[in-house]
Design a protein around this ligand. Structure first.
Ligand SMILES: NC(=O)c1ccc[n+]([C@@H]2O[C@H](COP(=O)([O-])OP(=O)(O)OC[C@H]3O[C@@H](n4cnc5c(N)ncnc54)[C@H](O)[C@@H]3O)[C@@H](O)[C@H]2O)c1
Length: 242
């Protein structure tokens, strides 16, 4: 049975991806701060080197192999650059950029042994375009697209592919948590925040569902995803068309 490691798997996109991969017949190690993800749950702080090393070792110990990494764990912080807290910058870069690097480094021999290793990052449309007040997030997401391109070149001979899934706004706690704050700040209702603020850049005015992102991840992990490497796989309801 192929084996996958999914980070940030206790919530949102990561949980949906872990559940989908389990349904597709993968053994899955669900890594998160909490140990309640689907499949085999493993608690780790992925802003640390030990957390990333421990997660890769745990997957190989549990399953004897590792075929797919889904580097998905993420956080957001919204603040103007002049006020942006430096500790939040460090934490966001650690989680969104350094953790995928460490996971790739530690899992590389296992992915090569797989013969069709897949390294899939859940990046964001913010790997390709910016929004104000998200300096750390946008910088780290742009950076991780560079990592994916590099891994694609290095992995070619070993049959390892690397891709960056780039969604627009997805219906998860990360987005829903912003609604009350934005409503207060703008003096409008949460429905109006959703329609006029969050969905403004989407040509199609809806949120993406976590299951849609999970289905894209499953496609990239499976045999039909083999030709995708070194590229962003953008699913943004038209955001970057303008
Ligand atoms: N929701 C969106 O609109 C959206 C859009 C594009 C990209 N993304 C990306 O998708 C990924 C998942 O986001 P989501 O919306 O599902 O968020 P979420 O908040 O629902 O889930 C994120 C998970 O990451 C975990 N996590 C946070 N810090 C961690 C740490 N230090 N170590 C281990 N785990 C940690 C959290 O506990 C949580 O379970 C993120 O990388 C995010 O940037 C989200």
């Amino acid at each position: 049975m192929p084996a996958a490691l999914v980070t940030g798997a206790a919530s949102g996109i990561g949980r949906a991806a872990a559940e989908r991969l389990i349904a597709d017949g993968y053994d899955v190690l669900s890594v998160d701060l909490r140990d309640d993800g689907p499949g085999v749950a493993y608690a780790a702080d992925l802003t640390t080197r030990e957390g990333n090393a421990g997660a890769v070792s745990a997957a190989i110990d549990a399953f004897g192999r590792l075929d797919v990494i889904v580097a998905n764990a993420g956080i957001q912080h919204v603040a103007p650059v002049a006020e942006f807290p430096e500790d939040r910058w460090d934490m966001i870069v650690s989680l969104l950029l350094t953790s995928p690097f460490l996971l790739a480094k530690y899992a590389w021999p296992a992915l090569a042994a797989s013969g069709s290793g897949r390294f899939i990052v859940v990046a964001s449309v913010h790997a390709q375009v910016a929004s104000p007040y998200k300096a750390a997030y946008v910088s780290a997401k742009h950076g991780v697209l560079g990592l994916v391109k590099t891994l694609a070149l290095e992995g070619g001979e070993a049959g390892i592919t690397a891709t960056a899934v780039c969604p627009g706004y997805v219906r998860t706690p990360l987005v829903e948590a912003q609604l009350p704050d934005q409503a207060r700040r703008h003096g409008i209702s949460e429905d109006e925040v959703l329609e006029n603020v969050i969905l403004a850049p989407h040509a199609v005015k809806r949120l993406i569902e976590p299951d849609e992102v999970a289905a894209t991840i499953a496609f990239l992990a499976g045999p039909n995803g083999a030709a995708f490497t070194g590229v962003p796989v953008t699913m943004d309801l038209g955001w970057t068309a303008r």
